[in-house]
Write a protein that binds this ligand. Sequence first.
Ligand SMILES: [Zn+2]
Length: 243
Amino acid sequence: MTSLDVRLLPIFDDNYVFFITRPESKTCVVVDPGDAAPVQDYLEKHGLTLQAILLTHHHNDHIGGALELKQRWNVPVYAPLKNQAQIPFATDYLSEGQRVSLLDGQFNLEVLELPGHTLGHIAFFERERKWLFSGDILFGLGCGRLFEGTFEQGFETMQRVKALPDETLVYCTHEYTEANLRFCKRLPAFADLKSYEDTLVSKRRAGQPSVPLKLDTEKAVNPFLLAADVERFTELRKLRNQA
Ligand SMILES: [Zn+2]
């Protein structure tokens, strides 16, 4: 397996843009570039050649820089089929089960349709390395707000994420973990958060992101993944919306 790494670039207040890079060829793929300028600066600073852009859903803080980068680099843009109207400049529209092979065949993705936050939301799963690029589906101790989908769809999406391998690393787009921890601590005790909190505090104090999340840890403590049925999921999501 050729070595690839994932680098995080913070933009806006709490977004991350991910660069999947192949160091030996200095090529990369970018996920959810909400702003073109910081991404372009990063590419230049590190001497990277952009080969493709991946978009998880149509919100502007995820796609805002994609058109400018596409034009500058002349690269394909992969976007959800159901967001064709909102992302007309994409070159390839994807739906459940499709595969994408990038970085000279070294970076192979499966597309998962995970509706809830938006109806067309997709995630990209690298099964060999067990990396999930999940946009706004799941966060540390939280899940994406349901702007378009129903509670049933949100719950089903959590079940699909839960079914992924325990070793999966979740590259979610926002640094919401601390805010979600504060919410979780107000819930009647449902899981022991002590070691989660210790790890989080030491990472954040050192200026490090809480992302990627370890899916096995989230399966043990994330209330939205632990919700046993759609009623419980709905109750939690409503509480979180008010927090
Ligand atoms: Zn979003």
